[in-house]
Every structure is written in C-alpha cells, then in structure tokens.
Design a protein around this ligand. Structure first.
Ligand SMILES: Nc1ncnc2c1ncn2[C@@H]1O[C@H](COP(=O)(O)OP(=O)(O)OP(=O)(O)O)[C@@H](O)[C@H]1O
Ligand SMILES: [Mg+2]
Length: 317
C-alpha cells in the first residue's frame, strides 16, 4: 500500500460539475478501452464496472454511501483483483488502492486492527482516511471475516461511515468498496456441463448465503467472473510476454516470437485450479532462462524465442 496525498477532484460535499477536470473526463471516457485492453475475457462484467465508476465519479451516486460497491465472484486467477488494480490505477493512481486480506481478520480482536483498539489508535482504516479522501478499499476473501468485521462492512456499505476507538468518525463516501470471493466456485468443476446462466446463479446464491443477504443487498454490482477460455489464456500469455520482451529490449536483448511459444507458455503458466495466477512467474522464468543461457555461452541474446521440446524449455535461436 502506498500513501500519497493528492487533491480530490471530486468531493461529495462540493458541487460536482465545476470541479470535474478535463483529465478526469478523459479518464472516464477511456476507462472502457483500458479495461478491454488489460482484462481478457470477462466482457460480461466490464461494462457494469465502468457504469458504476462513471456514475460515482460524476457525482450521481448516493451522497451518503460509498461511490460504488462491487462483489467480484468466481474462481482463482481469472482477473478479479486485476480489474480492481486496473480501474483504481486509471482513475486515482495505484497508490489509492488499499487492500485487506479478510482471512487475516477472522477473530473479534481483528476489529481493533481496522479501527483501533485503544485511545489514540485509529487502526488501518483511520490511517487510510488520514492519507486519502478517495480511492478503492479492496476486501479479499470477504466471507472469511469475523462476523463483527462483516458488521463493519455492512456499516461501510450502508452509510460510508465508521467510528474509530478514539471516537472519530471516518467518512468513506469518496471510496469504492470491492469485495472478492471464490465462494461457490470450487463446485463449478463438477457443474462443467451446465450453461453459463446456471453457473452464475449457483455462485450468486452461494455468495449471498455466506456474505449475508443484507450485505449482498447493499452492493451495487454482484459480478461473476468466468473461467478463462483458451484464446484468452493465449492473450494473457502474450501480454506478459510482450512486457518481458520490452523489458529485455531495453537491456539490448532483441527477441522475436516463434508461433509455438505462446501455446507452450499457456501449458506452463496456466493451471486449471489456479487460472492465470502462475503465468507471470512462468514467463519471467522461461524467457529469463533462455536469455541467461545465451549470455553464459557468450553469444548475444538476440533472435527467435522458440520451444525446445526435448528439454522442455525456451531457447533463443
Ligand atoms: N482476465 C484476465 N485478464 C488479464 N490478466 C489476467 C486475467 N485473469 C488473470 N490474469 C492475470 O493473472 C494473475 C492473477 O489474476 P488475479 O489476481 O486477478 O486473480 P483473481 O481472480 O483475483 O484470483 P483470486 O481469487 O485467487 O484472488 C494476474 O497477474 C493477472 O494479470
Ligand atoms: Mg484476487
């Protein structure tokens, strides 16, 4: 997490329209394109995210609630956290994303971590609010939180206001609230032959039970992410590979692609249970090893990046 002060472009307590800067307008106009460029597949959720963000940034959301709220549901490694990163970075800058792993907040005492346990202690949420007036609060694995922590989420979604141990009221009406959960997704494997609408219904029902119906009811958009189709796996491998090739290019290593390279990277970097989660490491390792091999043999790492099936690795030819 990073904490840097920036002047809020849009405050709920101020008249909105005169303060909407042209750069903010451009950010809103380009959000769809940025999401489509960075997030592969998941086209069923992207327009619903940008719609909430547009209304939030244009001052059209309820003034006494968060600017917008989302439940991002679905299997591991399919782009849920990536969507939050990309959206927040585009609208506010990456330093405005504040992340909480709710599996670390399973006891009643963890409430103190968030809102302070004694006088003078404002907790993590108080510290965030001291540093930023707007941004994103991301609560991963939300269903794992202690019931008292879930009460706090309910309050946050309902009134955008929380009280610290010091008695100070924190206003989160400038923030987007994102909850993520894999709930109901493990069973999707056994429901593989059902259609998408049935799968979505299953995940939504399970999430509503675990996250409490009253929390669920207060969330603007409940979005179910799908497993990544093979073409999207290829595109994600391509995205990481392009970045790696650009990075190596800056260091003088000019690499081109053989057409077998992407399918090989999907084989290595995509896992049925972990989705695209291992992809970044797989690309960095396999391409890095191929370049290192050239350098250790005192030859330039320039050429076609191809698959060596016998050695199960990439090589520069
Ligand atoms: N749909 C996608 N488009 C682009 N990149 C993706 C997509 N899905 C996954 N990735 C890449 O895979 C990695 C893991 O994705 P992400 O962190 O979004 O998973 P997640 O859905 O939040 O999973 P979890 O439920 O385990 O937190 C990221 O590095 C991301 O870049
Ligand atoms: Mg995640």
């Amino acid at each position: 997490m990073w904490y840097t002060k920036r002047t809020p472009v849009r405050g709920k307590d101020t008249d909105m329209s005169p303060s909407l800067s042209s750069s903010k307008l451009t950010q809103l106009q380009t959000l769809d394109a940025v999401l489509a460029r960075e997030i592969r597949g998941q086209s069923q959720v992207l327009p619903r995210i940008s719609s909430v963000i547009r209304r939030g940034e244009l001052g059209l959301s309820h003034p006494l609630r968060p600017r917008g709220s989302f439940a991002l549901l679905g299997p591991t490694g399919v782009g849920k956290t990536e969507v939050v990163l990309v959206t927040t970075q585009h609208i506010f800058g990456a330093d405005r994303l504040f992340r909480f792993d709710m599996s670390e907040y399973q006891t009643q005492e963890s409430l103190g971590l968030l809102l302070g346990a004694k006088l003078g202690d404002v907790g993590f949420l108080g510290a965030i609010r001291e540093r930023a007036a707007e941004g994103s609060l991301l609560f991963d694995e939300a269903e794992k939180a202690h019931p008292r922590v879930l009460d706090l989420l309910l309050q946050l979604l309902d009134a955008a206001r929380l009280t610290t141990a010091t008695g100070q009221t924190l206003d989160f009406s400038g923030f987007y609230i994102w909850l993520t959960s894999n709930i109901g997704s493990a069973e999707l494997m056994s429901l593989q032959h059902s259609n998408e609408a049935t799968l979505e219904r299953h995940v939504l029902t399970r999430a509503q039970q675990s996250l409490r119906p009253e929390i669920f009811a207060r969330i603007n958009e409940k979005l179910v992410f799908h497993r990544l189709a093979y073409d999207h796996q290829l595109e994600i491998a391509g995205k990481f590979l392009d970045r790696q090739i650009a990075f190596l290019g800056e260091r003088g290593h000019r690499l081109e692609l053989h057409r077998d390279t992407l399918p090989f990277l999907v084989r290595k970097g995509f896992h049925p249970k972990l989705g695209a989660r291992p992809m970044r490491d797989a690309v960095e390792k396999l391409v890095g090893d191929a370049v290192a091999e050239c350098l250790l043999e005192s030859r330039p790492a320039c050429g076609v990046l191809s698959v060596d099936e016998a050695r199960d690795c990439l090589v520069v030819r």
